[in-house]
Design a protein around this ligand. Sequence first.
Ligand SMILES: Nc1nc2c(c(=O)[nH]1)N[C@H]1C(S)=C(S)[C@@H](COP(=O)(O)O)O[C@H]1N2
Ligand SMILES: [Mo]
Length: 430
Amino acid sequence: MSSRELPQHPERDERVAGGGLLHRRAFLAAAASGAAIGRIGEASAAEAPAALSAPWMVAPGASFRPYGIPSKHEEGVQRGIGKPYGDLASGTGASMTPLHRLQGTITPNGLHFERHHNGVPDIDPKQHRLLVHGMVARPLVFTVDDLLRYPMVSRLCFIECGGNSLQMTAKEPPQILSSMIHGRVACAEWTGIKLSVLLDEAGIDPRGKWILAEGADAAAMSRSIPLDKVMEEAILALYQNGERVRPEQGYPMRLVVPGWIGNLNVKWVRRIKVTETPTYTKDETSRYTELMPDGRARQFQYVQEVKSLITQPSRGLTLPGAGRYEVSGLAWSGEGRIARVEVSADGGRSWADAALQEPVLAKCFTRFRIPWEWDGAPATVQSRATDEKGNVQPTRDAWLAQYAPGQPYHYNAIQIWRIQPGGEVMNAYA
Ligand SMILES: Nc1nc2c(c(=O)[nH]1)N[C@H]1C(S)=C(S)[C@@H](COP(=O)(O)O)O[C@H]1N2
Ligand SMILES: [Mo]
């Protein structure tokens, strides 16, 4: 991030909340008048001749590549890997999307977080089969080539691991990269076949109310999903942001269940079974249940609730000095669209509405932005999202009160970042 002394424009630099938050029009109006962050460029004008005489301007460039990769100067933008069992089970754990180094709302395929319970299987698409059976009139088996002939749909949506942000249940705020805490979430365009099309073809027995979805990996990940949700919006995805689904994301096919806990988005899916009741698989009894304060466990809590996160600035980034910044982040809700994101820069005493960048889509990342004038003193920034159903992101204390101590799933509380005088960003609890 960069900053400089900026010209003051009282009419558009309206303070909308404490701590230096400016009306969201401050940047928009400045951009229209061509003066957005003009002084930052002006200060470097002395370097103009050098900017016009680099070696790459006078020699032919490199040739073509059959598959492109990012600039070598961006090599540091990588997923952060967490392997709880080390090399004993090197495919078990997760890698996190570096949200603090990305912009916009689409996660590049190479940076989509990964969560594997037993590694990435090396599936030969010619041998892979999808079985649709159980309470159906006609059990069906599909090859990949069969499926590629079906009509397809595309859907932009986030996938968030139920265990995302679980480090925030720790007693002291963990001082690790923001994306190592919150990066088990990503957003992509998934293209494939509506699962309802295949189930209708098989002919669902009216007594069928659930499905079992099972993966072809060595974890045989298997989850029960209510049939209503499946018929409404589950997708058997073959494509991810325009190209075939990556091996890490479930090649040759995965389930996408928009807005619901990541675990249901079964990768490398090999079997869909229609059932009358949940199957109570190992993956939904030993895990992915929520221990409540009274000692009982809640099962089948599927929705990933409204959440937001300031990604810039966040822990891992450093502000170079006092001055103007754009505070920017992501908001999402498994219940639908994001209706509002408020930002506070004074410890939650006052809040201002951030601008929501179009398009604002249901169950999808929404980018929010708000200009901020940092005076260089210790400060905090935090964001609070509201979705179209009126759900508001809770504080950390309110979130913790809902569950037994240490319950790690569905963390969606407000994240506070504390900016130190030197510009370092720290994780903070209220
Ligand atoms: N077959 C299979 N499907 C799976 C998993 C798995 O280990 N095996 N992990 C699940 C979990 S816990 C999550 S959060 C999402 C992660 O999807 P991604 O790796 O594409 O980000 O996939 C789910 N689907
Ligand atoms: Mo997960």
